[in-house]
Design a binder for this molecule. Structure first.
Ligand SMILES: NC(=O)c1ccc[n+]([C@@H]2O[C@H](COP(=O)([O-])OP(=O)(O)OC[C@H]3O[C@@H](n4cnc5c(N)ncnc54)[C@H](OP(=O)(O)O)[C@@H]3O)[C@@H](O)[C@H]2O)c1
Length: 327
């Protein structure tokens, strides 16, 4: 029987087990896909730990690339033999083969490898909606400053390159000097080692005291207050992750006191709820990658059985760019 990484209880990396699972035929609206590579994402950590509570037992994983083996009734955009990739609910991507809803699965262009596909769908579609759709009043124009935290990570390195292509002055934060260098090499205009430097003061210096139009913050608890202090009046706080823990409840009056700020807490899954929306976003992402404006950095490869080590490294801030699991 095919193998998959399952959890029967929430906890640390040790709760993940390689298990044999039965995989049947796809039903209406579903496909069966054999994975060549699976993406590693911080959301997998939240689902494993229970920060995002889901019914158990659970096969983890939200992103993968592979070959379609069979399609169910009503599926017209994919056929057996197609190369395909996805970022999708429900979890289940840490597996050799699975049956899943077809609506969030798209054909993978030949120019993009399975590893790149598995490394870029969840992270790249996230950057697509963050930079293209999650904008402040009046939008973003070339030359505008935005602050992007954890910019040397999987989402981060894609964002640095995409922002450069849009002409934005992306100010990166990252947890080491090496990571800062990497963010600069990938298109950040400035980089701040926020373990060593006060990032609020540095952002004020860089922007001549004005602050930025948007902060993209996936660190959460540890950076929330500082991120708000980096914004211009009417600026937009995009809180889209919790790598350091969830943001505690917020007193709304804080937003008035800091300059009539806007706040959003978005998730990719609201953006890819229909096949049409997913395809349009994927086309934009594929265009950025095949044109060479965004390169997907697959930095680490782990065998599926070594998934615990992959989670340990991700949570310890040891990884840069994207990592993949190989079934
Ligand atoms: N809402 C959405 O739609 C959406 C979609 C995709 C991803 N996300 C979020 O985006 C973030 C990035 O995801 P990713 O998969 O690409 O991960 P990643 O950025 O490769 O890894 C997380 C990074 O967060 C930073 N970090 C800061 N404080 C941390 C702490 N206490 N513990 C661990 N890491 C810490 C680390 O970078 P430094 O050492 O440089 O600080 C670490 O490398 C995650 O928070 C994820 O949940 C949200």
């Amino acid at each position: 029987m095919p193998l998959a990484v399952q959890i029967r209880r929430n906890g640390g990396p040790e709760v993940m087990e390689l298990a044999e699972v039965a995989v049947g035929d796809p039903g209406p609206g579903e496909i069966r896909i054999r994975h060549h590579a699976c993406g590693l994402n911080f959301i997998d950590v939240y689902q494993r730990s229970g920060l995002y509570a889901l019914p158990l037992p659970l096969t983890l994983g939200m992103e993968a690339a592979g070959v379609v083996e069979a399609v169910g009734e009503g599926v017209t955009h994919l056929k057996p033999g197609d190369r395909a990739a996805y970022a999708s609910q429900p979890p289940g991507a840490y597996s050799e083969v699975r049956v899943m809803p077809a609506k969030c699965v798209v054909q993978l262009p030949d120019a993009i490898s399975f590893e790149e596909g598995a490394a870029m769908m969840l992270k790249g579609l996230t950057v697509q909606y963050l930079l293209r759709k999650t904008q402040p009043q009046g939008g973003l124009q070339p030359g505008d400053h935005v602050l992007f935290l954890a910019a040397a990570g999987g989402v981060g390195l894609i964002a640095c390159q995409w922002a450069r292509a849009m002409g934005l002055e992306l100010i990166a934060t990252a947890g080491s000097d090496d990571k800062c260098r990497l963010a600069l090499e990938h298109g950040a205009a400035h980089a701040i080692n926020y373990r060593r430097e006060n990032f609020v003061e540095r952002v004020k210096e860089i922007t001549g005291g004005r602050g930025v139009k948007v902060v993209y913050d996936s660190v959460g608890k540890d950076t929330w207050d500082g991120s708000l202090d980096c914004l211009q009046p009417f600026g937009l706080m995009v809180s889209y992750g919790n790598a350091s823990g969830p943001v505690p409840p917020v007193a709304l009056g804080t937003l008035a006191a800091k300059g009539s700020l806007y706040v959003t807490r978005p998730t990719l899954f609201s953006h890819i709820s229909s096949r049409e929306a997913t395809q349009a976003m994927a086309d934009d992402l594929f265009g950025m990658v095949t044109s060479g404006q965004v390169k997907i950095r697959v930095e680490r490869r782990y065998a599926l059985k070594d998934v615990a080590q992959a989670h340990i490294d991700l949570e310890a801030r040891q990884t840069i760019g994207s990592s993949v699991l190989l079934p």
